[in-house]
Design a protein around this ligand. Structure first.
Ligand SMILES: Cc1ncc(COP(=O)(O)O)c(C=O)c1O
Length: 366
């Protein structure tokens, strides 16, 4: 007898391992402050919104078959330091992670990441039958375990994911550590350097992937329009890398991949310097305010280079999250990201941060 349809399902696709992402704001009469998905506290870039609204008039037509206009805008944004063929765009940073896995990973290959980290590295790599190798960040400050990663590399390793600033810890990879790693890593391994929170980093030894791409390392700098530009709902991301790697990945870049609205919105956002500066200033001021208040409340936190802060909540994580929600504050428990018992809180604007602190004062045990 013929076998059922399940017999052709891929054995490594398991329902329990689906990535759901953060929750939306539930319907409520109460004012809700959403500090759970690291969105922009100021909303969207006004220039982006203006551009995408204009583009909406033309959505009866296919967009440009390629993403060349957006890539040209990226060349300008990078002040001509990279060539147009070194950029690739996609329907969000997450989709680019998927694109890279599709391009490089076969069943049985190995992918290395370091928990606590962004869940899609592991979940998406399972879709291609990859073996996940988790070399955890090291206590107490979530430092990269450089030696551990190098020791874990085998002939089957295809991709190493590094994230700086890292989600959910807010930690970063110091320049010297990254350079030691890049100099030691074999040349047949792709390093995906996820820098989607890069604008918020101000540590003197914070670095992006740019100079390493220029020096010819097999590194990809992964970026998103969801954070600094406030376009999480538009789903646009990009990456830059060496011409060799970019031209290879472009072999699977679909024509008409990006919606016209996304292309035009992203181009508008790149030009919105005032909005970018205001966003970064708001996040940095908010971070300092929250550190001070957490200190006063004796809540343990990890200093962050991103637009969120990881804390050890004063109550069990789910109880803490639910009780904050009763006060209209949404935060994200991050056990799923490999940080059991911890909670990640997005830095909001002044009003949201003040509301958060007053809610914390109400729920914190004496
Ligand atoms: C570390 C990291 N990388 C990539 C992304 C992807 O962002 P998006 O898919 O919204 O572009 C996120 C989003 O939260 C993230 O935290």
């Amino acid at each position: 007898m013929a076998k059922g349809i399940e017999s052709i399902f891929k054995p490594y696709l398991q329902p329990k391992e689906v990535y759901k992402g953060g929750k939306n704001i539930p319907p409520s009469d109460q004012k809700i402050y959403k500090l759970s998905s690291n969105e922009n506290p100021l909303g969207a870039s006004p220039k982006a919104v203006e551009s995408l609204k204009k583009a909406a008039d033309n959505v009866a037509l296919y967009p440009d078959q390629t993403d060349i206009r957006l890539r040209q805008a990226l060349v300008d944004d990078f002040q001509g330091t990279l060539a147009i063929e070194q950029f690739l765009t996609g329907n969000s940073g997450s989709e680019i992670i998927d694109m890279l896995l599709r391009a490089f990973v076969n069943e049985g290959d190995e992918v290395i990441f370091s928990n606590p980290c962004f869940l899609p590295y592991s979940v998406f790599s399972r879709w291609y039958g990859a073996k996940q190798v988790d070399i955890r960040l090291q206590d107490p400050d979530y430092a990269l375990h450089l030696k551990g990663i190098l020791n874990a590399i085998t002939p089957k390793t295809k991709i190493v994911f590094l994230t700086s600033p890292n989600n959910p810890t807010g930690s970063y990879i110091p320049k010297a550590v990254l350079e030691d790693f890049l100099n030691a890593v074999p040349k047949n391994i792709l390093i995906v350097y996820d820098e989607v929170y890069r604008h918020f980093a101000d540590a003197p030894d914070y670095v992006t992937a740019l100079s390493y791409v220029k020096a010819g390392h097999n590194v990809i700098g992964l970026n998103s329009f969801s954070k600094t530009y406030g376009l999480a709902g538009l789903r646009v991301g990009y990456c830059y890398t060496t011409t060799t790697i970019a031209n290879y990945v472009r072999l699977i870049h679909k024509p008409f991949l990006l919606p016209l609205t996304a292309i035009e919105g992203a181009i508008g956002a790149l030009a919105d310097t005032a909005f970018i500066e205001k966003t970064v200033a708001t996040v940095k001021a908010g971070r300092q305010f929250l550190y001070q208040e957490f200190d006063k409340l004796q809540i343990q936190y990890w200093p962050s280079q991103a637009n969120f802060i990881l804390i050890a909540p004063p109550l069990p994580e789910m109880e803490f999250t639910n009780r904050l929600m009763d006060h209209g504050i949404m935060v994200r428990p991050v056990s799923q990201f490999g940080a059991p018992g911890k909670v990640r809180i997005t830095v909001g604007d002044e009003e949201a941060n003040t509301a958060l602190i007053s809610a914390l004062k109400k729920i914190k045990p004496a």
